[in-house]
Design a protein. Structure first.
Length: 103
């Protein structure tokens, strides 16, 4: 029930114009770009296993997807809907990056 209530609140926040959305998108973009560049720099010096790299890059991609779609995920931490959004957006980010899951 809490997930449904949070989903309705989340949808209302997306449909209603918010003055802070531009700032939130900018923050998401900054977090995503900084974490991606940092991970690329670290991976050029230290060998990272493929599975760990997939997980780390998908974590970096979540704020970037949030910046593109206007859904700032880190705002909803603690929300019952956040794990569902994180799972769905991670799957989208992995497929967009062309990273396949281990078999």
């Amino acid at each position: 029930m809490e997930c449904v209530r949070d989903g309705i609140t989340f949808t209302k926040q997306l449909l209603v114009y918010n003055d802070n959305i531009r700032e939130m998108r900018r923050e998401c973009l900054n977090v995503g770009l900084i974490s991606t560049v940092a991970l690329l720099a670290i991976s050029s010096f230290v060998p990272i296993p493929e599975t760990a790299a997939q997980l780390l890059f998908s974590c970096c991609a979540i704020p970037l997807v949030g910046a593109i779609t206007g859904v700032p995920l880190f705002v909803y931490i603690g929300n019952a809907l956040t794990p569902i959004l994180a799972f769905v957006l991670t799957a989208i980010a992995l497929s967009a990056l062309g990273i396949s899951t281990p078999k």
